[in-house]
Design a protein around this ligand. Structure first.
Ligand code: SAM
Length: 232
C-alpha cells in the first residue's frame, strides 16, 4: 500500500517493541507462551505440512520457530527493527532453512511467491486503530489462497461498555508485581490508555467484512480472543 494517508506503522508499533532491552527479556515477560494449540488449529483446518505460513507481528518468533518444525516455509514479518534483529539471529543460530524474516508491517508487507496457506498473528493487531485493522484483515484475506486459514489471537474486549470498570479492575488486580516476569498493572493500564483493543462485537463483523468465516472462537477472561477463520 502507498497513499499519502497511510498510517505510519512504526509509530504505532508500541515503543517497547523497538527497545533492545525490552526485546531481550520479551519471552520471559510473556511467560514463554506455547504455540502448540495454534499449530494444531492450522493442521485441523487443513493446512498441510508442505504449506507456507505467514507470522505477522512475529515478535521474537515463539510461533515462527515452532511452526518451522512442522510447515515447509514460515515467513516471520515484523515492523520493529529490534524484533527483526532478534528473529534473524535466532534463525541463523538455529539454522532454520524454512524461515524467512522480513521487516514490514500489516499494511506494508508485500508477498512474493505462491499464496500462503495460513496466517498467524498474535497480540499484534491491537496496535492498529479499528479502521486500519479492517484494512489489515482485508489485506490478509487477499494474501491467502481461497480456503486459507487465519489464526488470530489478541486482546479483544468481550464485554459491554457498562462493564469496563469491573472487568479492568479485575484484570489489574491479577497483574504481576515484577515487570521482568510478567505484565504489571501499569502495563495493562497503558495498554487500555494507548493501544487499540476493540470489542468482540465489533471485531467479529470486521472479520466477516474482510472475507473470513469464523470457524472457532475461544475467549479467556473476557479479554483475550482466539479465532480460527477460513478465507471465503
Ligand atoms: C506483543 S508483541 C507479540 C509478538 C508475538 N506475536 C508473540 O505473540 O510473541 C507485538 C509485535 O507486533 C509488532 N508490530 C506492531 N505493529 C505492527 C505492525 N503494524 N505490523 C507488523 N508488526 C507489528 C511489534 O513490533 C511486536 O513485535
Amino acid at each position: 500500500m502507498s497513499a499519502p494517508w497511510l498510517l505510519d506503522e512504526l509509530t504505532h508499533a508500541g515503543p517497547e517493541h523497538l527497545d533492545e532491552e525490552f526485546v531481550a527479556n520479551f519471552d520471559r515477560k510473556q511467560g514463554f507462551p506455547d504455540p502448540g494449540d495454534d499449530i494444531e488449529a492450522l493442521r485441523r483446518h487443513g493446512v498441510e505440512t508442505t504449506g507456507t505460513v505467514l507470522d505477522l507481528g512475529a515478535g521474537t518468533g515463539r510461533f515462527t520457530f515452532a511452526a518451522a518444525a512442522v510447515f515447509r516455509r514460515v515467513i516471520a514479518v515484523d515492523i520493529s527493527p529490534a524484533m527483526v534483529r532478534a528473529l534473524s539471529r535466532r534463525a541463523e543460530e538455529g539454522e532454520f532453512d524454512g524461515v524467512d524474516v522480513v521487516r514490514a508491517g500489516f499494511l506494508s508487507y508485500g508477498h512474493e511467491g505462491g499464496a500462503p496457506d495460513a496466517i498467524h498473528t498474535r497480540h499484534a493487531l491491537h496496535q492498529l486503530p479499528d479502521f486500519w485493522k479492517t484494512i489489515a484483515l482485508r489485506r490478509m484475506a487477499e494474501l491467502l489462497r481461497p480456503g486459507g486459514v487465519l489464526r488470530v489471537r489478541d486482546l479483544v474486549y468481550d464485554f459491554a461498555p457498562a462493564e469496563a470498570d469491573t472487568v479492568f479492575a479485575d484484570w489489574l488486580a491479577g497483574a504481576s508485581d515484577d515487570a521482568h516476569l510478567g505484565y504489571t498493572a501499569e502495563d495493562y493500564a497503558e495498554h487500555i490508555r494507548t493501544e487499540h483493543s476493540t470489542y468482540r462485537w465489533l471485531f467479529e463483523p470486521m472479520l466477516d467484512a474482510a472475507g473470513f468465516e469464523i470457524a472457532e472462537a475461544h475467549y479467556e477472561g473476557r479479554l483475550f480472543g482466539t479465532y480460527t477463520c477460513v478465507r471465503r
